[in-house]
Design a protein around this ligand. Sequence first.
Ligand SMILES: Nc1ncnc2c1ncn2[C@@H]1O[C@H](COP(=O)(O)OP(=O)(O)O)[C@@H](O)[C@H]1O
Ligand SMILES: [Mg+2]
Length: 260
Amino acid sequence: MDKKILLSASHLKKRYRVNRRSSVFAVNDVSLDIYNGETLALVGESGCGKSTLARLLTGMVKADEGSVLFEGQNIAVLSDRELRPYRKKMQMVFQDPASSLDPRMKVRDIIAEPLLTWHVYDTPKETTDRVIELLDMVDLGEECLSRYPHQFSGGQRQRIGIARAIALNPSLLICDEAVSALDVCVQAQILNLLKRLKQQMGLTCLFISHDLSVVSFIADRICVMKDGSICEIAPAVQLYSSPAHEYTRFLLSSVPKLIV
Ligand SMILES: Nc1ncnc2c1ncn2[C@@H]1O[C@H](COP(=O)(O)OP(=O)(O)O)[C@@H](O)[C@H]1O
Ligand SMILES: [Mg+2]
């Protein structure tokens, strides 16, 4: 991992109205850097603002305040149109591939979609070759091309989602609870795959999970979030061995001892 910053968020705030009288800060004054080539884990209880922060970082959700510097540009102030070339470089993998993959589309078309949108190749043959290559990168075979999402297991569907997310060689891959719906054993396989892809492609990854034990395997640094704010960001080894924040210690106390 080099020490070049890929993305730098400063003082991000996002408030949602709960009812006519009150509102909640989903993200409250968050600043963080993501370095080139690292896997940064974002951990915290459900509802603490992880997904909102991820959406702010990609510009999918507009911040009330704050900036997001990506490749030298403050993308928090861009219009949707201006944002498009940046969104191409930041891809997301979601928790539930069953709902993020269109059930009526064949795997070939699901993975080819970003390639076609961005006119990456001149011929259908080149596009299909790239789809086959991407399937291979996530350990799926050519026979998957003409199948539909429902014909796959949860773990396989997540591999398809990952293949689509890496199709355009993104600089940043955001995995939002990407393994949370999977069995422990399948979780481990997907984490292994992400780790391998990171090495192969030099990917930078923001890996979001509510579960501190899941991220221990994959994270270089860990960012702990609570009630819309960051409690602590530290290298994974340091965070596990000497957590600085009381809330991190609380989260660690609920992690099975074998894993720590
Ligand atoms: N689109 C939205 N409209 C209203 N409230 C929202 C919206 N998205 C998130 N929230 C609220 O913001 C807080 C943080 O949510 P979220 O970012 O989804 O947390 P996490 O991903 O950590 O579970 C929660 O209180 C949630 O109810
Ligand atoms: Mg979430």
